[in-house]
Write a protein that binds this ligand. Structure first.
Ligand SMILES: [Mg+2]
Length: 224
């Protein structure tokens, strides 16, 4: 297949997909989540971090674990854990050039909240570039890779799954993408996220790249 001729909707994860994992933003969120758990459940930080990891693994997000087990208000949680220093995030001009050449709708699909998306997009010079932002609130706080939010995004934005490609740095998030009919592209950040399961996801990963801008360059040149 040719992406250029067959794809009319481009769905991108945000963190570690549209900007580099090296930026340290993920580590900041991770740290703030640990502190949130410690503060709100009156725990030592070390204990809180273990619980944070457990919820992330069992519930898909720490947030979901905190909601299901402790009735935490999701918007408050999301606001607190995204009090970040965004100054370390910057634009990738090569990537932006290729993104601007893509024809069709561009959508962000993230397990984070909308304000975080807006803050990052400003830093990477992509404010107002995306047609839609589908955040965790719109997904009813149900994170990827549960399949129901993938079904919801299709309905919500009238997506034609067989004409859509989805990009994500977490391989297992592409399993439901493939199941609903999207063409999955794994953006391999070069390390394994502790919650990921690359081995079990491999057969669902139609495409993979170590460099999203090079992949999109090939797409724009009609090479794939
Ligand atoms: Mg990501």
């Amino acid at each position: 297949m040719s992406f250029k001729n067959n794809i009319n909707t481009w769905i991108f994860d945000l963190d570690n997909t549209l900007y580099s994992a090296d930026s340290g933003i993920f580590q900041q969120v991770h740290k703030l989540m640990g502190e949130f758990v410690a503060k709100n459940l009156n725990m030592e930080l070390a204990e809180a971090k273990k619980l944070q990891a457990k919820y992330y693994k069992q519930h898909g997000t720490t947030l979901r674990g905190m909601m299901d087990n402790h009735g935490v208000d999701p918007d408050y949680f999301l606001e607190e854990v995204h009090k970040l220093d965004y100054s370390i995030v910057g634009p990738n001009q090569n990537l932006n050039d290729e993104l601007y050449k893509l024809e069709g709708r561009k959508i962000i699909y993230t397990n984070a909240n909308k304000q975080h998306v807006l803050d990052v997009l400003e830093k990477i010079n992509l404010t107002n570039f995306f047609d839609e932002i589908y955040d965790i609130k719109m997904a009813d706080y149900i994170p990827k890779p549960e399949i129901s939010p993938y079904e919801k995004i299709i309905d919500l934005f009238n997506i034609e799954p067989n004409k859509s490609a989805m990009f994500d740095d977490i391989a297992k998030n592409l399993v439901p993408a493939k199941k609903v009919g999207f063409t999955p592209v794994w953006v391999d950040a070069g390390y394994e996220n502790f919650s990921d399961d690359i081995e079990a996801s491999k057969e669902y990963l139609d495409f993979q790249t170590r460099d999203l801008s090079l992949f999109l360059k090939d797409v724009n040149e009609g090479k794939i």
